[in-house]
Design a protein around this ligand. Structure first.
Ligand SMILES: *[C@@H]1O[C@H](CO)[C@@H](O)[C@H](O)[C@H]1NC(C)=O
Ligand SMILES: *[C@@H]1O[C@H](CO)[C@@H](O)[C@H](O)[C@H]1NC(C)=O
Ligand SMILES: *[C@@H]1O[C@H](CO)[C@@H](O)[C@H](O)[C@H]1NC(C)=O
Ligand SMILES: *[C@@H]1O[C@H](CO)[C@@H](O)[C@H](O)[C@H]1NC(C)=O
Ligand SMILES: *[C@@H]1O[C@H](CO)[C@@H](O)[C@H](O)[C@H]1NC(C)=O
Ligand SMILES: *[C@@H]1O[C@H](CO)[C@@H](O)[C@H](O)[C@H]1NC(C)=O
Ligand SMILES: *[C@@H]1O[C@H](CO)[C@@H](O)[C@H](O)[C@H]1NC(C)=O
Length: 309
C-alpha cells in the first residue's frame, strides 16, 4: 500500500520510482541493491515457493534485521532511502531456528563521492605493483579514517574477458578465483586487510603481454555499504624490482647482485643500475673529529630499473 501511494505521487514529486535501480547476487545469500538515494523498496523472500507448499509455515516466519525483530510472513520489504536499508536479514521459524538469511549491501549508483577508501594525492585508490614478471602482483589501498571496511569480492581478469569471467571464493582457504576461456587468476586478501595478492596462472613471462589486467576490489563497511574500485594495467607497467642484494661496500667500492625476487635468466630479464656516492663525508672529515664519525656512514645510492628492450 505504501509503495502504491508513493508511486502515485511520484510524477508530482519528480523522483524515481524504480529505486533500487538494479539488484544482483554478489555471493550466495549476499544481495546487492544499487540505489539512487530516493525512497524505495525491495522484497525479500524467506523460503522459495516450492519449499513453502511443503511446510505451510508462512505465518510463523519471523524476520529480523541485524538481530532485531522486524516483521512476520514469508516476504519482507526492505525500505530504502539514501544509503540506508542494508543489513543482515534473517528469517526464523517458530522455534527461532534460522530458516534463511540474506545480507543486503547498498551500492550507490554513479556517485563520485567515494566513502570507503581514501585516494592519496596524484595516485589511484588502488596501488598495484609486481616485483617481477612471473604473473604475481599486489594491490593495496588506504581505508577512509572513519570507516572499518572488509573485502567483499575480488575480480581479476584480462580486459577482453570482462564479460565472460566467473569469479568465486573458496570459503575454507579464502582464495578468490576467476576463470575465463583465456585466463585464470587467484587472489587472496593479505593479513593486513588493506591489500591483496594475485597470480595470473596463465601468465608467460617470456611472451609479449597483449592484454591489460583488470582488477576490481569490492569493499563493504559494517554499515553494509558496498563500493567497487578498479584498476587496469599491464604487468610491465607496474613492475618495480625489489632491493638489490649488497655483498660488499666500502668508501670506494660497492658490490651487489640482482634482487632475489627478479626473474631468471638475467640475460633475458636485464636490469640497469645507476649508482652514485654521496661524497660529503670527506668534507666532514676535515671539519671536526666528532663529525668524522659520519664518514663511516658514507652513502651509496643504487637506482635500479628494468632495461628497455
Ligand atoms: C534463501 O534465500 C536466498 C536469497 O538470499 C534464496 O535464493 C534461496 O532460495 C532461499 N532458500 C530457500 C531454502 O528458500
Ligand atoms: C499447505 O497449504 C496448501 C494451500 O494453502 C494446501 O493445499 C496444503 O494441503 C497445505 N499443506 C500442508 C502440509 O498443510
Ligand atoms: C547473517 O546472519 C546469518 C545467520 O545468523 C549468519 O550466518 C551470517 O554470518 C550473518 N552475516 C553477517 C555478515 O553478519
Ligand atoms: C561488456 O558488456 C558491456 C555491457 O554489457 C559492454 O558495454 C562492454 O563493451 C562489454 N565489454 C567487452 C570487453 O566485451
Ligand atoms: C584454472 O585453475 C584451476 C585450478 O588451478 C584449474 O582447475 C582450471 O582448469 C584452470 N582453468 C583454465 C582455463 O586454465
Ligand atoms: C675497498 O674494497 C676494494 C675491493 O676489495 C679494495 O681494493 C679497496 O682497497 C677498498 N677500499 C678501502 C678504502 O678500503
Ligand atoms: C615474484 O614477485 C612476487 C611479488 O610480486 C614474489 O612474491 C615472488 O616470490 C617473486 N618470484 C620469485 C621467483 O621470486
Amino acid at each position: 500500500m505504501n509503495l502504491f501511494v508513493f508511486c502515485v505521487f511520484c510524477p508530482f514529486l519528480r523522483v524515481s520510482c524504480s529505486n533500487p535501480l538494479s539488484h544482483w547476487t554478489l555471493l550466495p545469500n549476499v544481495l546487492v541493491l544499487e540505489v539512487d538515494g530516493t525512497w524505495g523498496d525491495h522484497q525479500l523472500s524467506c523460503l522459495a515457493e516450492d519449499s513453502l507448499h511443503r511446510d505451510n509455515q508462512t505465518r510463523d516466519i519471523v524476520w529480523r534485521k541485524n538481530g532485531e525483530e522486524e516483521a512476520h510472513g514469508n516476504s519482507y520489504q526492505v525500505r530504502l532511502v539514501e544509503s540506508l536499508g542494508g543489513g543482515n536479514y534473517t528469517c526464523h521459524s517458530k522455534d527461532w531456528s534460522v530458516l534463511n538469511h540474506t545480507e543486503v549491501l547498498i551500492m550507490q549508483h554513479q556517485t563520485n563521492r567515494r566513502r570507503i577508501l581514501e585516494k592519496p594525492e596524484q595516485e589511484d585508490y588502488l596501488k598495484c605493483s609486481a616485483q617481477n614478471y612471473s604473473g604475481e602482483f599486489h594491490c593495496s589501498w588506504t581505508w577512509h579514517t572513519s570507516r572499518v571496511g572488509k573485502v567483499a569480492f575480488i575480480k581479476a581478469r584480462h580486459v577482453s574477458d570482462d564479460n565472460s569471467t566467473l569469479c568465486s571464493v573458496d570459503a575454507s582457504t579464502q582464495q578468490w578465483m576467476c576463470s575465463s576461456a583465456h585466463g585464470n587468476f587467484t587472489c587472496s586478501v593479505d593479513k593486513s586487510g588493506n591489500s591483496i595478492s594475485c597470480q595470473d596462472k596463465q601468465h608467460c613471462p617470456f611472451a609479449e603481454e597483449s592484454q591489460q589486467i583488470h582488477v576490481t576490489v569490492y569493499v563493504k563497511t559494517s554499515q553494509f555499504l558496498l563500493e567497487s574500485y578498479s584498476k587496469l594495467f599491464f604487468l610491465s607497467e607496474i613492475v618495480k624490482p625489489d632491493k638489490v642484494r649488497i655483498w660488499k661496500v666500502n668508501t670506494t667500492v660497492v658490490e651487489w647482485s640482482y634482487p632475489s625476487s627478479w626473474n631468471t635468466p638475467y640475460s633475458y630479464f636485464p636490469l640497469t643500475f645507476q649508482t652514485f656516492q654521496l661524497t660529503l663525508c670527506k668534507t666532514f672529515h676535515m671539519i671536526t673529529s666528532a663529525l668524522s664519525l659520519l664518514c663511516k656512514f658514507c652513502c651509496w645510492f643504487i637506482f635500479i630499473k628494468p632495461a628497455e628492450f
